[in-house]
Design a binder for this molecule. Sequence first.
Ligand code: FAQ
Length: 322
Amino acid sequence: MKKLRQEAQEKALLEAFQQKIDREEKIEPKDWMPEAYRQNLIRQISQHAHSEVIGEQPEGNWITRAPSLRRKAVLLAKVQDEAGHGLYLYSSAETLGISRAEMIEALQTGKAKYASIFNYPTQTWGDIGAIGWLVDGAAICNQVSLQRTSYGPYSRAMIRICKEESFHQRQGYQIMLALANGSDAQRQMAQDSLNRFYWPSLMMFGPHDAESAHSARSMQWKIKRETNDSLRQKFIDQTVQQIEFLGLEHPDKAIKWNEERDHYDSGEIDWEEFYNVINGNGHCNRQRIQHHVNAHEEGAWVRDAQNAYAEKVKQRQQHAVA
Ligand code: FAQ
């Protein structure tokens, strides 16, 4: 009897929760939510945060080698922005009841993923252009839709992040423009970066909808507002003209306008490569995590100092009250 009553209560809560989402009302940290909603959000937001932070590494690699003081200052600002995005997102995940230390541990032990794209090396300055243009471009496609995600703190973080991502995308395209209009060697560098980063950028949107484990649930709960394939198509469509404007060759030889679909048809992604990379066997997976572990260990004294200071303030306040 008690069990039946509990089940009926749970069902009513679930229905009310779904209705709230369907009315486009935000779910806030103290609201009731199904455990699976909480866990799915923790998974997605923390992986998003990890991507922002690990994403600093391939770009950070070029800060000391930027071709001018202006380029260096711009790149430095961009990399700092990515750290800030990680901070907003970790804070947003923490409102769901997980600690920062738990999230970091999941990243470092390989339990949590981060975007596959950051396991590719940045070999030339052109790669910095390609990352800003294509990687931030793909991230924006996805994140604009996530501004309307159903979880309040995630949605508000996305609104701030999107503003900065637009600047990132433009700085990348501007680098590509300079290279594409430069000497033969610079033009070749731009083409080579486009060739290497185009397909991995398409992989950022995740597997095809039919293969996507979380999409159906995430769409029902409006954690995700558009599917992996529809966002990828948007990105493919917008990139064609950008490549043309640069005067570069499209890396996908099968790209073709389809009048009926009102979209470009495109070639197939190498899914074997995608799964290899997300399962830890990309070019730089081990290097990225090792670098993160080292930086985390080297920064332990900062965390210790902050904790000691917080404890001191607490004790002073207790003294004052007593
Ligand atoms: N890489 O069922 P789905 C940026 C995993 S931010 C690695 O389709 P879901 C800014 C997925 O996690 C870029 N893993 O999953 C920047 C799941 O594994 P799990 C990051 C991937 O969540 C620029 C499994 O495959 N953006 O770039 C990938 O419904 C420049 C099954 O997949 C976000 O995180 C992948 N590409 O859809 C920073 C946006 N794709 O968890 C620095 C928020 C899939 O079961 C420099 N996230 N997987 O072990 C999302 O929108 C979604 O989580 C998707 C995946 C679309 C990424």
